[in-house]
Write a protein that binds this ligand. Structure first.
Ligand SMILES: [Zn+2]
Length: 238
């Protein structure tokens, strides 16, 4: 299934000449349940002209390697808070797993970083749908390519509209083939948003989302990878 939709969450940007493609949710094999090699991701991202946020589970370990490869990316982390998953964009210091959600939000702010709420209504994953918590984040993930039901994404879009939140999208890639199918466009250049969270917030006032659901089998495959990496670590050298 292919979904293409345009969502404008505020005023339009004036410069329509530049379209930067971004995927705000992507993993590498530094996540326990992903097998994406940074070198291969860097090559694919360059070819597709997509800037991913590298948001591995509870670690920033991939960033050093990706910087060394000269890759364009936003350094991030998908933090498993006590209440559920929360992504910190532009993080420099890791935020530990099992940090309470509100504390993690404070730690993100202290770093001058941004909070991004992934798959908030996905009942098959660790979304955070409590309105009082979700209302405090900077950006809502309006489309996650791995949500098994489009309803979960629709509910996130509805929430964002109701609470006047900025929206974005992520492929949540754990396998390389997933990357490049879901991304969004904003009017900006990478140099504008590279080290500038506020510039990203400004750019997100108008987004065009290219949404394509990942095939359902990726979820089962991810569990297999997680199991295999735990028990056969030597098979997946870094
Ligand atoms: Zn993820």
């Amino acid at each position: 299934m292919k979904l293409d939709f345009h969502l404008s969450s505020g005023q339009k940007n004036s410069d329509k000449s530049v379209n930067l493609k971004i995927d705000l949710h992507c993993h590498t094999h530094y996540s326990i349940d992903s097998i994406i090699k940074p070198r291969e991701l860097a090559a694919k991202a360059k070819k597709a002209s997509i800037v991913p946020a590298i948001s591995d589970h509870n670690t920033l370990a991939a960033h050093k390697e990706l910087h060394a490869l000269g890759m364009r990316f936003i350094p991030s982390e998908e933090i498993r808070t006590i209440e559920g998953d929360l992504i910190g964009l532009y993080l420099q210091e890791v935020i530990p797993k099992k940090t309470p959600f509100l504390e993690a939000l404070d730690m993100i702010k202290e770093q001058g970083a941004l909070s991004y709420l992934p798959h908030m209504f996905d009942k098959t994953r660790h979304g955070v749908a409590y309105h009082q918590l979700a209302n405090k984040v900077d950006i809502i993930e309006a489309f996650n390519a791995r949500c098994p039901l489009q309803k979960y994404n629709d509910d996130a879009i509805h929430f964002a509209k109701k609470h006047k939140k900025l929206i974005a999208a992520g492929s949540d890639s754990h396998f390389l083939f997933e990357f490049g199918r879901t991304y969004f466009e904003v009017s900006a250049e990478f140099e504008d948003i590279k080290d500038n969270p506020k510039a990203l917030l400004r750019a997100l006032k108008s987004v065009k989302i290219h949404a394509k659901k990942a095939p359902l089998f990726v979820r089962g495959s991810t569990l297999v990878v997680k199991f295999a990496k735990r028990f056969f670590a030597g098979l997946f050298p870094r």
